[in-house]
Design a protein around this ligand. Sequence first.
Ligand SMILES: Nc1nc2c(c(=O)[nH]1)N[C@H]1C(S)=C(S)[C@@H](COP(=O)(O)O)O[C@H]1N2
Ligand SMILES: [Mo]
Length: 324
Amino acid sequence: MLIRSKPNWVLPESAATDETYFLNRRELCKSIAAGSILAAVTPIVGASPAFAAKSDDPSAGLYPANRNDAYTLDRDITPEKITTTYNNFYEFGSHKNIWRAAQKLNTRPWEVTIDGMVEKEQKVDIDTLLKAMPLEERLYRHRCVEAWAIAVPWTGFPMKALIDFAKPSGGAKYVVMETFHDKKTAPGQRQFWYPWPYLEAITIEEAANELSMIGTGAYGKPMPKQNGAPLRLVVPWKYGFKQIKSVVRFHFTANRPKSFWEQIQPREYGFWANVNPEVDHPRWSQATERLLGTGKRVPTLLYNGYAEQVAGLYANMKGQRIFY
Ligand SMILES: Nc1nc2c(c(=O)[nH]1)N[C@H]1C(S)=C(S)[C@@H](COP(=O)(O)O)O[C@H]1N2
Ligand SMILES: [Mo]
């Protein structure tokens, strides 16, 4: 495959940092402080900030969902403004500042295809699906392979509920997920050297793990477009690139596919991609991570701190390449 330019997140993390954003931390802190004072005295009606999902979203009434207190954080929640303005979403550009461009994404109508090795192939309208699924909020860490991290109150439903809904047959081993494909909306998809559409997969066993969620919202509201509206994968023990955004298809199969980044750089972005501070990326260390919005760098945790929930999934895979 012809790769014209390397995506900037295959560069060392220091080089991948969006300078225009981060050199301006003083200004950012000022605006966050001003924002929280305003939020404290202003009733939450009417206009939401430009970077938040619009309140005319037909699913807005489902939010906020009750928080599941089983999932706690060892760090502060990242300010909403940072999570929603520092993003990876290559469909809208190979840099962090895509949130404005992503507003072009039209999330209604949105049909989700469930096909492959299932009891019955079907297409479901997003709002029908959302009403059928048990929404809850969970506080999760998120660790990008580039060594930055955020902590987010996601809303969504356990992926197990989607599996039960899809009813895969016994031979199915993987859930393959695909992002929308529309060059008119997403200028990045005109870059023909990338293998669009974005594609990711996890095993059905991983999907059924209690931690796996389909994210449909964040910060008590519907998912902002730049974060992968109307639904994206949330598997917090894996590097961020597994967490595919704006999914239109769940395909059940016996065969392991090659995911988007695996097709581009198989040596660097493998199928399993479990977080491990001791296994460096071929070109940079994974020992620590930068907590966005804090100026702090902290040690990275094995399975991003979720070993208790997920280590068992890999107990019989010693010696295999499961950490990148
Ligand atoms: N479709 C699609 N999904 C994607 C990506 C992308 O470029 N396209 N980037 C991934 C990467 S590398 C990360 S770190 C997360 C970032 O999610 P966030 O912007 O909500 O923090 O989305 C993941 N999902
Ligand atoms: Mo990432």
